[in-house]
Design a protein around this ligand. Structure first.
Ligand code: HEM
Length: 451
């Protein structure tokens, strides 16, 4: 019999909270506002100034994310929170503004381009290994993984750090997440949009720091551009809408690159950190991953070409993003009347898509709280509804960076599990979601080099 491990979960709201309670809970941990019922039934409806729904049903999610997509634009509260940092770039745009950017950006992330960027990912895996070797013992893995994935994005998005002080940029990101990143109490209380939020004033300076740095890197590249496309920024400078031939303006480029840099490294680092936490607590699975990785890699760092031969690494990441989806909750507005899961959706209502609860839902998963990477074996996946597992979203707005993220995460994880053994150390992490689902106060593990 294989081992079972039930990792740490988030507290569930077992009663309807008042508006103020919800506002405070959401600032502390968005996961705490998800009612216990949302893990048991397809849809939960409540009222807080306006009527809201929480939808964790694969058929309903298909309706919202695919079949009737135009009726469910991204929530205005979320977009407002992100707008200072990423403007109306791909992630935040809607309608025609979104469509042309999507057509221009999708070719940038083709598998061929991702494979061309993989050597930078392997080089990073080597650098993390060197850091871990130098400091065997108790280590905090979130900081380690953030450094690793930030390294990759600096290399592939900006060809290194010549125009880019990674430390200053990293500090600005953290400041931004701690301020504007928190769902504003004032938003929940329905205070009008023009009223300045305290976090926004602070966040403004971190956004300026980030934008200036990205703009300088783009300027520098334009001056030396040789026409040869070999990293993400080159691909983006050459990107155009295949239908209209429209190209990115200077602002479009800054906002989109800014989003890739922030979202691209933070989410992937969290997926990796949670995977290491799970493996450290499930030694049999860790051993199986080690055996598969070492048989293929024989000690060297993984490349994109190795990945098909080490499928268990991908299964671990899939299961780890089931239990800890880095993006744990999406929000949409309802435009026109519709029906989802037999419930009426009315104009201006808010629709939450609690990916976190969908992935731990009692109706869709057997033993939902248990860590079991074999849920993602090819046989176990067969016949599963595509909309039951949504770490990268789905439909036309599915994450454009999913292949990039998974390639990077697999290369780093495979390289590390073949070289190091991980076991849990104190304190154990707790999942806290502000913008992303982070382990707090970190993932502390004992790291020992394998000999
Ligand atoms: C493990 C890592 C990642 C996770 C879990 C993740 C998750 C997601 C999710 C859930 C969405 C859909 C949001 C919605 O429908 O409201 C999304 C969209 C997006 N992601 Fe990712 N993402 C990851 C990595 C990346 C990377 C590496 C990049 C780029 C370098 C990226 C770029 C984007 C963009 C541009 C969109 C917006 C697409 C659109 O609206 O057309 N993501 N991501």
């Amino acid at each position: 019999m294989t081992e079972t491990f039930t990792p740490v979960a988030a507290p569930r709201a077992d009663r309807v909270m008042s508006r103020l309670e919800t506002a405070f809970a959401a600032r502390r941990n968005v996961l705490e506002i998800i009612p216990a019922l949302a893990y048991k039934q397809p849809i939960v409806t409540g009222e807080m100034l306006i009527r809201w729904h929480m939808l964790a049903d694969p058929g309903g999610l298909r309706r919202v994310l695919l079949e009737n997509l135009d009726n469910y634009p991204k929530s205005e509260i979320m977009r407002r929170m992100l707008r200072p940092a990423i403007g109306n770039s791909l992630f935040n745009a809607d309608g025609a503004e979104w469509k042309w950017q999507r057509r221009a950006v999708v070719p940038v992330f083709t598998h061929r381009n991702v494979v061309a960027l993989a050597p930078a990912m392997a080089a990073t895996a080597e650098r993390v290994s060197a850091r871990l070797r130098a400091g065997n013992g108790r280590r905090e893995m979130v900081a380690e993984m953030l450094t690793a994935t930030f390294d990759v994005i600096c290399d592939v998005a900006l060809s290194g750090r010549d125009h880019f002080d990674a430390k200053t940029f990293g500090a600005a990101i953290t400041r931004y997440f701690q301020t504007a990143g928190r769902a504003s109490l004032l938003d929940f209380l329905g205070v009008p949009e023009w009223f300045p939020r305290p976090g926004e004033l602070l966040a403004g300076s971190s956004v300026r720091t980030m934008h200036n740095m990205v703009a300088q890197a783009i300027d520098a590249r334009r001056k030396v551009a040789t026409g040869g496309a070999d990293d993400l920024l080159d691909y983006m400078l050459a990107a155009e809408d295949p239908e209209t031939r429209r190209r990115m303006s200077a602002d479009d480029l800054v906002y989109n690159m800014q989003f890739f840099i922030v979202a691209g490294h933070e989410t992937t680092a969290l997926a990796l950190s949670w995977a290491l936490y799970l493996l450290a607590n499930a030694p049999e699975h860790q051993e199986r991953a080690y055996r598969q990785a070492v048989a293929q890699l024989q000690g060297r760092a993984a490349t994109a070409a190795d990945l098909p031969a080490i499928p268990f690494i991908e299964q671990i990441l899939d299961e780890s993003m089931r239990l800890y989806p880095p993006v744990g909750l999406l929000a949409r507005n309802v435009l026109a009347k519709d029906e989802v899961c037999g419930r009426e959706m009315r104009p201006n209502e808010i629709l939450f898509l609690p990916i976190w609860a969908l992935h731990r839902h009692e109706m869709w998963w057997d033993r939902p709280g248990e860590f079991d990477p074999d849920r993602f074996s090819p046989e176990a996946r067969t016949g599963r509804d595509r909309y039951q597992y949504l770490p990268f979203g789905a439909g036309p707005r599915v994450c454009v960076g999913a292949d990039f993220a998974m390639t990077q995460a697999q290369i780093i994880l495979a390289t590390l599990v073949q070289r190091f053994q991980f076991s849990p150390a104190e304190p154990a992490p707790k999942p806290i979601m502000t913008m992303t689902v982070r382990p707090e106060p970190g993932v502390f593990l004992n790291v020992t080099e394998r000999t």
